[in-house]
Design a protein. Structure first.
Length: 239
């Protein structure tokens, strides 16, 4: 069984907890961070800019992706310019479309031509990847975040698609493919085998890294013991 140190893929932590990010930043295998408005809201963040600036003051040597939340292209661009001014290690997360389904490819092209690094997010299809790859002609770093496990939620195996995307984008050296919406530790190894350069992992999944390589017989015994102790603590009886 491979360990994290054996993998080629970079692990980014996904969340919005300042303390948890600080702790994860101490781990050598955490190479960057991602967040979004939904995670911020879930973690009780009240002021978007204050949280972001505070985080950037503590982590300034690893990439951090912050997402715009406007829906109109001009307002997205305005927010992207503002967020990009907060630090040098920022990637601007731009959704692949707005809520009306309008492609953001021209906005992404405009931003990267201004040397603003972008993380194009909420990608679900090869066609969406193709339209971004085909307009990117720059040395500015670009991340394409493919929501592999949300694709899996529809009953579709995302692995063939991820391999196709990695192959299609390989000639653009500034583009990295990110496996997003990670649901289990196994996804890290799947993403690595697909050739993805990055996987972003929620903090609760990162806590499961301690199980990697664990003896399955011992794991089975511990699981049975958990069931036994919980039933005993609850004082359950059949008769």
């Amino acid at each position: 069984m491979k360990t994290i140190n054996d993998l080629n893929i970079k692990l980014f932590a996904d969340g919005a907890g300042l303390d948890s990010f600080m702790n994860l930043n101490e781990l050598e295998y955490i190479k960057g961070f991602t967040t979004n408005p939904s995670l911020m809201r879930k973690n009780g963040v009240e002021n978007y800019k204050d949280f972001s600036v505070q985080l950037l003051s503590k982590i300034n040597d690893k990439p951090i992706s912050f997402e715009v939340f406007a829906d109109e292209m001009l307002e997205m661009e305005k927010q992207a310019n503002e967020i990009a001014s907060w630090g040098k290690n920022i990637f601007i997360k731009i959704p692949i479309t707005n809520t009306k389904g309008k492609s953001t490819k021209e906005l992404v092209k405009k931003l990267i031509n201004k040397k603003i690094s972008c993380n194009v997010t909420a990608i679900f299809t090869f066609e969406q990847v193709k339209e971004i790859v085909d307009v990117v002609d720059s040395e500015t770093p670009v991340i394409l975040s493919i929501f592999a496990d949300r694709i899996a939620d529809t009953g579709v195996d995302p692995v063939p698609l991820m391999k196709k995307i990695v192959s299609y984008s390989k000639n653009k050296s500034n583009i990295e493919i990110l496996w997003a919406s990670t649901r289990e530790a196994l996804n890290i190894f799947q993403a690595n085998e697909c050739g993805c350069q990055i996987i972003t992992v929620p903090t609760d999944i990162l806590e499961k890294m301690k199980y990697l390589g664990k003896d399955l017989n011992q794991f089975s015994k511990e699981t049975v013991l958990t069931f036994y102790n919980d039933a005993k603590s609850a004082k359950y009886k059949i008769t």
